[in-house]
Design a protein around this ligand. Sequence first.
Ligand code: FES
Ligand SMILES: [Fe+2]
Length: 402
Amino acid sequence: MLRSDQQNGNQLSEWQGLRRTVDRPLEEALGLPNSAYTSQAYFEYERDNLMAKTWTCIGVGCDLPNPGDVRPVSFMGIPLFMLRDRHGAVKVFHNVCSHRGLELVSEPGRIKNNMVRCPYHSWVYDLDGNLRSTPMIGGPGQNACPGFSKEGKGLRQVRSAVWLDMVFINLSGDAPDFVDHMAPLMNRWSHYDFSLLQHGGAESSWRIDLKSNWKLPVENHCDAYHLPWVHPDLNRRSPFEVHYPLLDENLFAGQGSRAFSGEPPAGEPALPMFPGLTEAQETVAEYVSIYPNATAGVHANHVWTVWFEALSPEVTVERMEIYYIGEAASDDAFKRTREKFCASWLQVFQEDQWVCEAMQRGRHSPAFSGGVFSPALDAPVHNLHRWVARQLDRAAAPLAAE
Ligand code: FES
Ligand SMILES: [Fe+2]
């Protein structure tokens, strides 16, 4: 059924006005409404007014191991592609030919001769996106044509940055500088030398297909409250009671633990650790949701990242990569330990899968309108809701002024 303009207008003003109910003291605040998790119109509104205007994760560098590797990405329906150039840098472009609008890169692979060639009429772009050749544009044997200049007809590059091997983009192009944006977390974790991180290889990746909106796993990741019931094993190793909340109003929410033990399986050697950590720092683990759609878990002997690819309002792909400290950690001597770490993290996230999917089903209930928060324990989840509401309010400000 087509929605009337009146319905769309009502919905828009509801989303623009979310701060009224969400951005309140924790005891009074409501959570985001059901439509923020179920509506296609909201999904696109959020993409354009929230995800596009900040730094959003669209992939991982380890998917592009070699120069010339390319990978298509759908940014909530907008076609992009990532590319590793010959100097090793990751670049992101809009995935569309400037001639007739063909999607240029349709599957992951390696481009030839440092050029991106459109398969339709064979126009060729270099790795800076410049249009370099237009075969037969002027007719047979004529690769140039009066009235046509290649100038200004290249690919449109998207602002991007890589941190912890995650590829972030700012589609609108006007967000603050990435390092300034990420500074609260970069500073918090400045005692870890992340330049030493090496991906753990085949046994250090997994993917879960979630039947839920992307925000639910991000929220769940901030939530330490569910540990005793959903993760009894993890809660024995890292009890809920020793977790402490982590909050930054504009960038992240999560939790830390002072009971981390990176014990290898019996009889296996201990993994290398970040150099220069104090004894206290060796037992700390911190887990944060980095707004909007990335998460990271940092430990003395490994780091994992999980990012969420929002395919539709109710379908999200969750991908984890695990990294270890220094090349030595890739040695076969640590293979069993890497496998054990990967399996135990996969178990935790699989335990979370049904929680997210059941919350998603609950978002179809007319008896639920955002929910309420525990004043003692839900500050991290509320922090994310409040951030979303504030971003949408900011996006709405010019409209309100018109
Ligand atoms: S659409 Fe790409 S060359 Fe024509
Ligand atoms: Fe969990």
